[in-house]
Design a protein around this ligand. Structure first.
Ligand code: PLP
Length: 414
């Protein structure tokens, strides 16, 4: 089924005339011809496009929406602070309140600094690791995404020079030997190891840490004085409320947060251990908007509400049942649906259908009102209801019916 998206398309044409690419960045990469492109409003787990089609949103704004759109407690806190003042010549007490809340909640943290985007926190983490160790190099996971800063982009991206990422070494995910090899090669020059808690690339199955992976990383890094940076910008509060390291049993030195920390209000944070506090004080880190008080009030309300409702477990429970339901529906139509990643961030792949059929299946789901992406992990929020799950199962069933059975010998190994 294709919905009427004519208003979206008309806006897109206008956008292309005055905005490079029309819609840019990650929103642009996943624009689909027949799909919605602009929203008119949002509420709870849903948004409406400018053609007034309703969607249950399983992208959650690519992660920030964790408690539901227009969450009353979060919005009230933000609006109250907005009226009192947002960007003022002094810092707001909200800064201190939020830092205390975050440090109380995230077990591996003794302090917090705040920026706006996830990339602010990963860039800060890199500086802190280098300042603390006096070393230059960073080890990251191949394909791991940590933001748009030049040092994190692929050398081949337009606008990059090879020197931008000269000090960044990539190793495969879940490969301890590769880390050992890199350390043998640069015994005294690795400042930090940066990775998401698990591997969540686009266009490929997501992969959880192998047993003992993080414990081994921890012991190697401790022995060699390498700072362990966990990038929780995407996973934050969707694996463990107190930090994903509690799920995978290790203690990082620095944790990067962004996206969901303010339920959509712009805020990012870096938290760290006492041992790195001086380095975090020494590095140069600031931004005109870093002290906006309303997003800080929103973030504090978000964190308190997540604690209050045991939000992470609510999402894990929904995600676990969602996964089972979707796989069962797929099987009943002859499809194998592989779902990877953690329960609150499912990545879908139909293994016995080629990638075009997989994309068509997702388009059908979107066309019937469940907003998902084919080649990026999806997100669950605490606002997704039982009625949403039931409705989504009906939509997914319809989508498979429209597709018909999988063609013989069709596969998707992406
Ligand atoms: C794991 C991870 N780190 C860092 C970033 C960068 O965050 P931002 O786009 O807010 O700068 C992202 C964004 O998707 C991310 O997924």
């Amino acid at each position: 089924m294709t919905r009427n998206v004519s208003q979206s398309n008309a806006l897109y044409e206008r956008a292309k005339a005055v905005i490079p690419g029309g819609i840019y960045g990650h929103y642009g990469y996943f624009v689909r011809d027949t799909g919605p492109k602009f929203f008119s409003r949002s509420n709870g787990s849903c948004f409406w496009d400018v053609d007034d089609n309703e969607y249950i949103d399983y992208m959650c704004a690519y992660g920030p929406m964790i408690l539901g759109y227009n969450h009353p407690k979060v919005d009230e806190a933000a609006l109250k602070q907005l009226k009192a003042g947002n960007t003022v010549s002094l810092a707001s007490p909200q800064l201190v309140d939020l830092a205390e809340t975050l440090v109380d909640m995230v077990t591996a943290s003794d302090w917090a600094l705040f920026g706006k985007n996830g990339g602010d926190s990963t860039a800060l983490a890199a500086m802190v690791a280098r300042a603390a160790t006096g070393r230059r190099k960073l080890v990251k996971i191949k394909g791991g995404y940590h933001g748009v800063a030049a040092w994190m982009q692929a050398k081949s991206n337009p606008g990059m020079t090879p020197s931008d990422s000269l000090e960044v070494i990539e190793i495969p995910w879940n490969d301890i030997d590769a880390l050992r090899l890199v350390i043998d090669h640069y015994p005294d020059d690795i400042a930090g190891f940066i990775s998401s808690p698990y591997d969540h690339p686009v266009f490929a199955d997501n992969s959880l840490p192998a047993e003992n992976y993080w414990a081994q990383i921890e012991s190697i890094c401790r022995e060699k004085g390498i700072v362990i940076i966990v990038d929780e910008v995407r996973t934050g509060f969707r694996i463990h409320l107190n930090g994903a390291n509690n799920e995978y049993d290790f203690t990082p030195d620095l944790i990067c947060f962004g996206k969901a920390i303010g339920n959509g209000y712009p805020l990012a944070a870096l938290t760290g251990s006492d041992a790195l506090k001086q380095a975090a004080q020494d590095v140069y880190f600031t931004g005109t908007q870093f002290f906006n008080a309303a997003p800080m009030a929103a973030a504090k309300a978000t964190l308190l509400e997540l604690q209050n409702i045991d939000g992470t477990n609510v999402m894990i429970d929904y995600g676990t049942r969602f996964k089972k339901g979707l796989s069962d529906i797929a099987s009943s139509h002859g499809y194998n649906l592989k779902i990877t990643g953690v329960p609150a961030m499912p990545y879908f792949r139909l293994t016995n259908a080629d990638p075009q059929i997989h994309a068509e299946w997702i388009d059908q789901c979107v066309g019937h009102g469940a907003y998902m992406l084919a080649n990026h992990n999806n997100f669950i929020s605490t606002a997704h209801t039982e009625a949403d799950m039931k409705r989504t199962f009906e939509i997914v069933d319809k989508a498979f019916k429209t597709l018909g059975p999988p063609p013989p010998q069709s596969t998707n190994t992406a």
